[in-house]
Design a protein around this ligand. Structure first.
Ligand code: ZN
Ligand code: ZN
Length: 214
């Protein structure tokens, strides 16, 4: 009977660790940790290793893994299969690997306006890291446009998002912040958030993401 209950979640919601195949878990903590270790510190504007000569004052992001293969599946599960625990674990792993920043707040990248997602995985990652580092979270950035108009508003030449697509409400003026997201692909979202925080009087020290898209 005990084993029945142990495997009940697997029967109701089939799942197994994508790394080791263990049943009835979305992923084992040690297997998640094994997916990290591809540490990089890069310029968000151009993707080159930081510090970058072209953007000496540009936003620098730290990542602990590459967004491909099994890692892509795990990130997908975290976002779309209600695996909030994975996001928290990711944050904890990041906080153990990355140097603790001298920031007042961790600021998660917000969910898209009008989106259907039920929770913000970036916020959970920030909570996971923040509770290890003892740095509070400030959920103070907001999209002003929905995803569709965001895509069509991309500047054709610079491929950057225009000013005003994201804003930061009160709460971070004069504070130094680290932006947190799950994945960095083009870097446009992180740059838009850094600009919004800067316009609101905060000092974005840098960004951290679980995975970097290559
Ligand atoms: Zn496993
Ligand atoms: Zn650069």
């Amino acid at each position: 009977m005990e084993s029945f209950f142990r495997y009940l979640p697997h029967i109701v919601w089939p799942s197994s660790c994508p790394v080791c195949g263990r049943l009835a878990v979305k992923i084992c903590p040690e297997c998640l940790e094994s997916l990290s270790g591809h540490f990089s510190r890069f310029c968000v504007s151009c993707g080159r290793d930081a510090p970058c000569g072209a953007h000496p004052d540009g936003l620098v992001c730290r990542s602990v893994s590459v967004y491909s293969g099994i890692n892509r599946d795990v990130v997908h599960a975290m976002k779309y299969s209600y695996c909030k625990a994975i996001a928290l674990m990711m944050g904890e792993v990041m906080a153990r690997i990355l140097p603790k920043p001298g920031a007042d707040f961790l600021v998660p990248i917000p969910l898209h306006k009008g989106g259907k997602r039920e929770y913000n995985q970036a916020k959970l990652i920030a909570y996971g890291a923040g509770r290890i580092w003892n740095i509070p979270i400030k959920d103070c950035a907001r999209w002003n446009v929905d995803r569709k108009s965001q895509a069509s508003s991309l500047d054709k030449t610079s491929r950057a998002l225009p000013s005003g697509v994201m804003t930061s409400n009160a709460g971070a003026e004069g504070k130094s912040v680290i932006l947190v997201d799950d994945i960095c692909t083009t870097g446009n979202t992180l740059l838009a958030a850094a600009r919004a925080l800067g316009e609101a009087g905060a000092n974005p020290l840098g960004a951290m993401v679980w995975g970097r898209s290559v």
